[in-house]
Write a protein of this length. Structure first.
Length: 336
Protein backbone atom coordinates (compact mmCIF):
# COMPACT_ATOMS: atom_id res chain seq x y z
CA UNK A 1 0.00 0.00 0.00
CA UNK A 2 2.91 2.37 0.72
CA UNK A 3 4.35 1.77 -2.76
CA UNK A 4 0.94 2.21 -4.34
CA UNK A 5 0.54 5.56 -2.55
CA UNK A 6 3.91 6.75 -3.87
CA UNK A 7 2.90 5.74 -7.41
CA UNK A 8 -0.36 7.66 -7.00
CA UNK A 9 1.55 10.77 -5.97
CA UNK A 10 4.04 10.49 -8.81
CA UNK A 11 1.25 10.17 -11.37
CA UNK A 12 0.13 13.66 -10.40
CA UNK A 13 3.48 15.19 -11.41
CA UNK A 14 3.40 16.93 -14.82
CA UNK A 15 6.57 15.25 -16.18
CA UNK A 16 5.58 11.68 -15.28
CA UNK A 17 3.97 9.25 -17.73
CA UNK A 18 1.58 7.44 -15.39
CA UNK A 19 0.58 4.94 -18.06
CA UNK A 20 4.02 3.26 -18.27
CA UNK A 21 5.39 2.24 -14.89
CA UNK A 22 7.83 -0.47 -13.84
CA UNK A 23 8.42 -1.34 -10.19
CA UNK A 24 11.69 -2.97 -9.09
CA UNK A 25 13.27 -3.98 -5.80
CA UNK A 26 15.98 -6.10 -4.23
CA UNK A 27 15.65 -8.58 -1.35
CA UNK A 28 12.77 -7.35 0.89
CA UNK A 29 12.18 -4.70 -1.77
CA UNK A 30 11.84 -7.42 -4.40
CA UNK A 31 9.33 -9.23 -2.19
CA UNK A 32 7.37 -5.99 -1.73
CA UNK A 33 7.44 -5.53 -5.51
CA UNK A 34 5.76 -8.91 -5.98
CA UNK A 35 3.24 -8.07 -3.24
CA UNK A 36 2.37 -4.82 -5.04
CA UNK A 37 1.42 -6.90 -8.07
CA UNK A 38 -1.63 -8.20 -6.21
CA UNK A 39 -3.08 -4.66 -6.08
CA UNK A 40 -3.28 -4.39 -9.89
CA UNK A 41 -2.25 -0.73 -9.81
CA UNK A 42 -3.27 1.02 -13.06
CA UNK A 43 -0.28 1.91 -15.22
CA UNK A 44 2.10 -0.64 -13.69
CA UNK A 45 3.24 -2.74 -16.65
CA UNK A 46 6.00 -4.83 -15.11
CA UNK A 47 7.57 -6.03 -11.86
CA UNK A 48 11.29 -6.71 -11.42
CA UNK A 49 12.39 -8.68 -8.37
CA UNK A 50 16.10 -9.09 -7.57
CA UNK A 51 16.62 -11.86 -4.99
CA UNK A 52 13.11 -11.10 -3.75
CA UNK A 53 12.26 -12.53 -0.34
CA UNK A 54 12.99 -12.26 3.35
CA UNK A 55 13.79 -14.47 6.34
CA UNK A 56 11.59 -13.43 9.24
CA UNK A 57 13.18 -14.65 12.47
CA UNK A 58 9.79 -14.70 14.17
CA UNK A 59 8.51 -17.42 11.84
CA UNK A 60 8.61 -21.01 13.02
CA UNK A 61 9.40 -22.11 9.46
CA UNK A 62 10.32 -19.06 7.33
CA UNK A 63 11.12 -21.10 4.20
CA UNK A 64 7.71 -22.75 4.22
CA UNK A 65 6.06 -19.39 4.84
CA UNK A 66 7.79 -17.90 1.76
CA UNK A 67 6.68 -20.79 -0.44
CA UNK A 68 3.08 -20.53 0.75
CA UNK A 69 3.08 -16.77 0.31
CA UNK A 70 4.55 -17.02 -3.21
CA UNK A 71 1.58 -19.16 -4.24
CA UNK A 72 -0.84 -16.61 -2.75
CA UNK A 73 0.87 -13.72 -4.56
CA UNK A 74 0.93 -15.60 -7.86
CA UNK A 75 -2.78 -16.38 -7.65
CA UNK A 76 -3.65 -12.71 -7.15
CA UNK A 77 -1.27 -11.18 -9.73
CA UNK A 78 -1.83 -10.49 -13.42
CA UNK A 79 1.13 -8.13 -13.94
CA UNK A 80 4.18 -9.77 -15.63
CA UNK A 81 7.27 -10.11 -13.45
CA UNK A 82 10.91 -11.12 -13.87
CA UNK A 83 12.88 -12.75 -11.05
CA UNK A 84 16.67 -12.65 -10.74
CA UNK A 85 18.41 -15.19 -8.48
CA UNK A 86 21.92 -16.59 -8.04
CA UNK A 87 23.05 -19.93 -6.65
CA UNK A 88 25.24 -18.49 -3.90
CA UNK A 89 22.53 -16.26 -2.41
CA UNK A 90 23.40 -16.02 1.30
CA UNK A 91 19.78 -15.33 2.36
CA UNK A 92 17.65 -17.55 0.12
CA UNK A 93 19.09 -20.90 -0.94
CA UNK A 94 18.70 -22.23 -4.49
CA UNK A 95 16.13 -24.90 -3.66
CA UNK A 96 13.99 -22.35 -1.82
CA UNK A 97 13.81 -19.70 -4.55
CA UNK A 98 13.22 -22.32 -7.24
CA UNK A 99 10.28 -23.65 -5.23
CA UNK A 100 8.96 -20.13 -4.60
CA UNK A 101 9.04 -19.40 -8.31
CA UNK A 102 7.43 -22.72 -9.25
CA UNK A 103 4.56 -22.17 -6.80
CA UNK A 104 4.07 -18.57 -7.99
CA UNK A 105 3.80 -19.62 -11.64
CA UNK A 106 1.68 -22.69 -10.89
CA UNK A 107 -0.81 -20.44 -9.12
CA UNK A 108 -1.16 -18.31 -12.25
CA UNK A 109 1.41 -15.55 -11.76
CA UNK A 110 3.03 -14.53 -15.11
CA UNK A 111 6.77 -14.62 -14.42
CA UNK A 112 10.19 -15.26 -15.95
CA UNK A 113 13.08 -16.64 -13.89
CA UNK A 114 16.66 -15.57 -14.63
CA UNK A 115 18.94 -18.01 -12.79
CA UNK A 116 22.41 -16.60 -13.45
CA UNK A 117 24.48 -19.04 -11.37
CA UNK A 118 26.99 -17.87 -8.80
CA UNK A 119 28.15 -14.28 -8.51
CA UNK A 120 30.86 -12.90 -6.27
CA UNK A 121 30.69 -13.79 -2.60
CA UNK A 122 26.92 -13.28 -2.33
CA UNK A 123 24.49 -13.25 -5.25
CA UNK A 124 21.94 -11.59 -2.96
CA UNK A 125 23.88 -8.34 -3.46
CA UNK A 126 23.94 -8.38 -7.27
CA UNK A 127 22.76 -4.78 -7.62
CA UNK A 128 25.72 -3.54 -5.58
CA UNK A 129 28.33 -4.45 -8.20
CA UNK A 130 28.79 -2.89 -11.65
CA UNK A 131 30.46 -6.03 -12.97
CA UNK A 132 27.07 -7.78 -12.57
CA UNK A 133 25.39 -5.46 -15.08
CA UNK A 134 26.13 -7.86 -17.91
CA UNK A 135 24.23 -10.61 -16.10
CA UNK A 136 20.95 -8.80 -15.68
CA UNK A 137 20.71 -5.67 -17.88
CA UNK A 138 20.15 -7.51 -21.22
CA UNK A 139 17.48 -9.71 -19.62
CA UNK A 140 15.85 -6.69 -17.99
CA UNK A 141 15.85 -4.76 -21.28
CA UNK A 142 14.21 -7.67 -23.09
CA UNK A 143 11.56 -7.92 -20.37
CA UNK A 144 10.84 -4.18 -20.57
CA UNK A 145 10.47 -4.46 -24.35
CA UNK A 146 7.94 -7.28 -23.97
CA UNK A 147 5.75 -5.25 -21.61
CA UNK A 148 5.88 -2.14 -23.80
CA UNK A 149 8.24 -0.04 -21.71
CA UNK A 150 11.37 1.94 -22.76
CA UNK A 151 14.30 -0.47 -22.98
CA UNK A 152 17.14 1.21 -24.88
CA UNK A 153 20.20 2.91 -23.41
CA UNK A 154 19.89 6.69 -23.53
CA UNK A 155 22.85 7.91 -21.45
CA UNK A 156 25.76 5.47 -21.90
CA UNK A 157 28.02 7.72 -19.82
CA UNK A 158 26.16 6.51 -16.75
CA UNK A 159 27.18 2.93 -17.46
CA UNK A 160 30.65 1.47 -16.86
CA UNK A 161 32.90 0.86 -19.85
CA UNK A 162 32.27 -2.49 -21.55
CA UNK A 163 35.01 -5.07 -21.08
CA UNK A 164 36.95 -5.73 -24.31
CA UNK A 165 37.18 -9.33 -25.50
CA UNK A 166 40.26 -11.41 -24.66
CA UNK A 167 43.15 -10.65 -26.99
CA UNK A 168 45.32 -13.68 -26.14
CA UNK A 169 48.33 -11.38 -26.35
CA UNK A 170 49.91 -13.13 -23.36
CA UNK A 171 49.08 -15.32 -20.40
CA UNK A 172 47.60 -13.35 -17.50
CA UNK A 173 50.48 -14.31 -15.18
CA UNK A 174 53.28 -13.61 -17.66
CA UNK A 175 54.93 -10.65 -15.95
CA UNK A 176 57.56 -10.36 -18.68
CA UNK A 177 55.06 -9.68 -21.47
CA UNK A 178 53.94 -6.27 -20.21
CA UNK A 179 54.80 -3.62 -22.84
CA UNK A 180 56.33 -0.18 -22.28
CA UNK A 181 57.23 -0.39 -18.58
CA UNK A 182 60.72 -1.89 -18.94
CA UNK A 183 62.47 -3.27 -15.86
CA UNK A 184 59.83 -1.87 -13.51
CA UNK A 185 57.04 -3.64 -15.37
CA UNK A 186 57.10 -7.09 -13.70
CA UNK A 187 56.98 -5.70 -10.15
CA UNK A 188 54.22 -3.23 -11.05
CA UNK A 189 52.22 -5.99 -12.74
CA UNK A 190 52.56 -8.35 -9.77
CA UNK A 191 51.03 -5.65 -7.55
CA UNK A 192 48.12 -5.41 -9.96
CA UNK A 193 47.57 -9.17 -9.88
CA UNK A 194 47.31 -8.98 -6.09
CA UNK A 195 44.41 -6.51 -6.30
CA UNK A 196 40.85 -7.79 -5.73
CA UNK A 197 38.24 -7.98 -8.48
CA UNK A 198 36.95 -6.00 -10.26
CA UNK A 199 40.23 -4.55 -11.49
CA UNK A 200 41.78 -3.06 -14.59
CA UNK A 201 45.27 -2.11 -15.80
CA UNK A 202 46.00 0.41 -18.55
CA UNK A 203 49.43 0.96 -20.08
CA UNK A 204 50.97 3.52 -22.42
CA UNK A 205 54.35 4.69 -23.68
CA UNK A 206 54.78 6.98 -20.68
CA UNK A 207 53.43 4.93 -17.80
CA UNK A 208 50.55 2.89 -16.46
CA UNK A 209 47.49 3.12 -14.25
CA UNK A 210 45.63 0.49 -12.25
CA UNK A 211 42.31 0.49 -10.44
CA UNK A 212 40.36 -1.99 -8.34
CA UNK A 213 36.77 -1.76 -7.14
CA UNK A 214 34.41 1.10 -7.70
CA UNK A 215 31.76 1.59 -10.34
CA UNK A 216 34.05 1.73 -13.38
CA UNK A 217 37.60 0.47 -12.77
CA UNK A 218 38.33 0.42 -16.52
CA UNK A 219 37.71 4.14 -16.95
CA UNK A 220 39.59 4.87 -13.73
CA UNK A 221 42.64 2.89 -14.88
CA UNK A 222 42.69 4.71 -18.22
CA UNK A 223 42.38 8.05 -16.44
CA UNK A 224 45.30 7.29 -14.12
CA UNK A 225 47.43 6.06 -17.01
CA UNK A 226 46.54 9.18 -19.01
CA UNK A 227 48.02 11.35 -16.27
CA UNK A 228 51.44 10.12 -17.45
CA UNK A 229 50.82 10.90 -21.10
CA UNK A 230 48.77 9.93 -24.19
CA UNK A 231 48.44 6.58 -25.91
CA UNK A 232 47.04 4.52 -23.00
CA UNK A 233 45.23 1.25 -23.70
CA UNK A 234 43.75 -1.39 -21.43
CA UNK A 235 46.11 -4.31 -20.82
CA UNK A 236 44.17 -6.55 -18.42
CA UNK A 237 40.67 -6.57 -16.93
CA UNK A 238 39.96 -8.88 -13.98
CA UNK A 239 41.59 -12.17 -15.04
CA UNK A 240 41.82 -11.52 -18.78
CA UNK A 241 44.49 -9.92 -20.95
CA UNK A 242 42.75 -7.61 -23.45
CA UNK A 243 45.68 -5.59 -24.81
CA UNK A 244 46.00 -5.27 -28.58
CA UNK A 245 48.64 -3.42 -30.54
CA UNK A 246 47.57 -0.17 -32.23
CA UNK A 247 48.68 -1.76 -35.53
CA UNK A 248 47.89 -5.49 -35.70
CA UNK A 249 50.84 -7.78 -36.28
CA UNK A 250 50.79 -11.05 -38.24
CA UNK A 251 50.41 -14.22 -36.25
CA UNK A 252 53.53 -16.06 -35.15
CA UNK A 253 54.78 -18.38 -37.90
CA UNK A 254 57.42 -20.29 -35.92
CA UNK A 255 59.68 -19.77 -38.95
CA UNK A 256 62.69 -19.83 -36.63
CA UNK A 257 63.68 -19.25 -33.04
CA UNK A 258 63.61 -15.55 -32.18
CA UNK A 259 67.28 -15.56 -31.17
CA UNK A 260 68.47 -17.44 -34.28
CA UNK A 261 70.14 -14.61 -36.16
CA UNK A 262 71.43 -16.96 -38.87
CA UNK A 263 67.84 -17.85 -39.83
CA UNK A 264 66.91 -14.26 -40.70
CA UNK A 265 66.87 -14.11 -44.53
CA UNK A 266 69.21 -11.86 -46.52
CA UNK A 267 70.62 -9.92 -43.57
CA UNK A 268 73.60 -7.75 -44.41
CA UNK A 269 76.06 -6.51 -41.79
CA UNK A 270 73.93 -3.50 -40.88
CA UNK A 271 70.87 -5.73 -40.72
CA UNK A 272 72.59 -8.15 -38.32
CA UNK A 273 73.52 -5.23 -36.10
CA UNK A 274 69.93 -3.98 -36.18
CA UNK A 275 68.62 -7.43 -35.22
CA UNK A 276 71.02 -7.65 -32.30
CA UNK A 277 69.67 -4.28 -31.13
CA UNK A 278 66.09 -5.53 -31.60
CA UNK A 279 66.70 -8.50 -29.28
CA UNK A 280 67.79 -6.11 -26.53
CA UNK A 281 64.88 -3.72 -26.92
CA UNK A 282 62.01 -3.59 -24.40
CA UNK A 283 58.48 -4.52 -25.38
CA UNK A 284 56.68 -3.55 -27.52
CA UNK A 285 59.13 -3.88 -30.39
CA UNK A 286 59.21 -4.73 -34.10
CA UNK A 287 61.80 -5.71 -36.71
CA UNK A 288 61.18 -5.02 -40.40
CA UNK A 289 63.31 -6.55 -43.18
CA UNK A 290 64.05 -5.12 -46.63
CA UNK A 291 64.76 -7.20 -49.78
CA UNK A 292 68.44 -6.19 -49.85
CA UNK A 293 69.10 -7.36 -46.29
CA UNK A 294 68.76 -3.97 -44.68
CA UNK A 295 66.46 -3.70 -41.69
CA UNK A 296 64.84 -1.42 -39.12
CA UNK A 297 64.34 -2.25 -35.46
CA UNK A 298 61.96 -0.20 -33.36
CA UNK A 299 60.53 0.06 -29.89
CA UNK A 300 59.76 3.75 -30.35
CA UNK A 301 56.50 5.38 -29.33
CA UNK A 302 53.05 3.94 -28.95
CA UNK A 303 53.13 1.94 -32.20
CA UNK A 304 56.52 0.38 -33.02
CA UNK A 305 54.97 -1.98 -35.60
CA UNK A 306 53.72 0.91 -37.70
CA UNK A 307 56.93 2.88 -37.14
CA UNK A 308 59.23 0.00 -38.16
CA UNK A 309 57.29 -0.69 -41.36
CA UNK A 310 56.95 2.97 -42.34
CA UNK A 311 60.58 3.85 -41.62
CA UNK A 312 61.85 0.75 -43.41
CA UNK A 313 59.71 1.47 -46.47
CA UNK A 314 60.87 5.06 -46.61
CA UNK A 315 64.49 3.89 -46.69
CA UNK A 316 64.39 0.59 -48.58
CA UNK A 317 60.88 -0.04 -50.02
CA UNK A 318 59.01 -3.38 -50.01
CA UNK A 319 59.67 -4.17 -46.34
CA UNK A 320 58.09 -7.00 -44.36
CA UNK A 321 57.87 -7.66 -40.65
CA UNK A 322 60.18 -10.39 -39.44
CA UNK A 323 59.56 -10.31 -35.68
CA UNK A 324 57.23 -8.54 -33.27
CA UNK A 325 57.79 -8.60 -29.50
CA UNK A 326 58.77 -12.21 -28.78
CA UNK A 327 57.45 -13.84 -31.95
CA UNK A 328 58.84 -14.43 -35.42
CA UNK A 329 56.09 -13.51 -37.89
CA UNK A 330 58.04 -13.93 -41.14
CA UNK A 331 56.22 -16.02 -43.74
CA UNK A 332 58.77 -15.82 -46.56
CA UNK A 333 61.60 -18.11 -47.62
CA UNK A 334 64.53 -19.25 -45.55
CA UNK A 335 68.05 -17.95 -46.11
CA UNK A 336 70.31 -19.94 -48.45
Amino acid sequence: NDISAVIGYMKQQPDIDGSRIVVAGQSFGGWNTLALGTLDVPGVKGLMSFAGGMQEVGCTDPDSALVTAAAILGKQTKTPSIWFFGDNDQVLNTSLWHTMYDRYVAAGGPAELVAYGSFGADAHQILSYPEALGLWVPKADAFLARVGLPHTEIYPEYMPMPVPPPSHYADLNDTQALPYLGEQGPAYYRKFLDKPLPRALAIGPNGAGASAGGFDPLAQALKRCGEHGPGCRLYAVDNTVVWVRPTPAPKATHFAALTDVAAVPRLNAAGRSAYAQFLQMPLPRAFALAPDGSAVASSRGADPVAYALEHCRQLYHRCQLYAVDGDVVWSGKRAN
